[in-house]
Write a protein of this length. Structure first.
Length: 79
């Protein structure tokens, strides 16, 4: 399947210290990944305008926001 044929989706994101209302997904218009992290002191959006075109790039961005190792963020995204 070509990247431009990939449909949009939204999934839950369970990561320690953040709300179970946190989500991540794929934006078919921008053809990239995004995440919305919700925590006890507010939220953080990693939007499609960042043009994160790989899951590895998204896991790196999530890890920086959350303050965890990138492999932990990757596992949370793929769980």
């Amino acid at each position: 399947m070509a990247a431009h044929d990939r449909p949009a989706f939204r999934r839950s994101l369970a990561i320690e210290g953040w709300s179970t209302d946190s989500t991540w997904g794929y934006d078919e218009v921008f053809e990239c990944y995004w995440a919305e992290l919700r925590g006890p002191s507010g939220g953080h959006r990693i939007g499609p305008e960042g043009l994160l075109v790989t899951l590895g790039a998204l896991s790196g961005a999530v890890a920086r926001v959350v303050g965890c190792a990138q492999d932990e963020a990757y596992l949370a995204l793929t769980a």
